[in-house]
Design a protein around this ligand. Structure first.
Ligand code: AR6
Length: 178
């Protein structure tokens, strides 16, 4: 599914984040940038050790929740990996929506600062971190739409959803918001 937002493209696909041929792929990282399962595991396995070597060197203190940092992409087809740290879901009253929005916004700022014309996001926080899919889709899509309207960049933002239920949740929300 594709939508035009202020001349830019917002796209939803079902697939695997590591296969994306875009300028930057976003990792669903943790604040210590120490790797893990899910998206993080797939990105480090696919990209090889160069990614962790770089983040250890550039960001020894990690990255706060609600923000993001950028590195090279090792052997992945992308040029950059943006390591975004979403919140752990704990009921929704601990600032989770603001932190999830912040992780998306900072990722987009870094992409623009590094000249990326295309960026692919996974559904940050909706796996190990337990953020309900429909609520995360709402925050993620609203944040990206607002950023595209304000900045007219990047040219393409793609959400890569793992499995049909995640795709359907994002598609229903985009239908409502676009
Ligand atoms: N491509 C696209 N989406 C995927 C992939 C993939 N290869 N693998 C999983 N997903 P998660 P989080 C989906 O757990 O919730 C790690 O251990 C998955 O179905 O990767 O932000 C980190 O180190 C889900 O919808 O990220 C952190 O400690 C979504 O991507 C922690 O998990 C996010 O799931 C971060 O948890």
């Amino acid at each position: 599914m594709k939508a035009k937002i202020a001349g830019q493209t917002l796209e939803l696909v079902e697939g695997n984040i590591v296969d994306q041929r875009v300028d930057a792929v976003v990792n669903a990282a943790n604040s210590r940038l120490e790797g893990g399962g899910g998206v993080d595991g797939a990105i480090h396995r696919g990209g090889g050790p160069a990614i962790m070597e770089e983040t250890d060197r550039l960001y020894p203190d990690g990255c706060p929740t609600g923000s993001a940092v950028i590195s090279g992409a090792g052997r992945l087809p992308a040029k950059h990996v943006i390591h975004a740290v979403g919140p752990v879901w704990s009921g929704g009253k601990s600032g989770e929506p603001e932190l999830l929005a912040g992780a998306h916004r900072r990722s987009l700022e870094l992409a623009v600062e590094h000249g990326c014309r295309s960026v692919a996001f996974p559904a940050i926080s909706t796996g190990v971190y337990g953020y309900p899919l429909e609520l995360a889709a709402d925050v993620a899509l609203r944040t990206v739409i607002a950023f595209l309207k304000e900045n007219s960049r990047p040219e393409l933002v793609r959400f890569v959803l793992f499995g049909r239920p995640a795709y359907e949740a994002f598609a229903a929300k985009l239908e409502e918001l676009k």
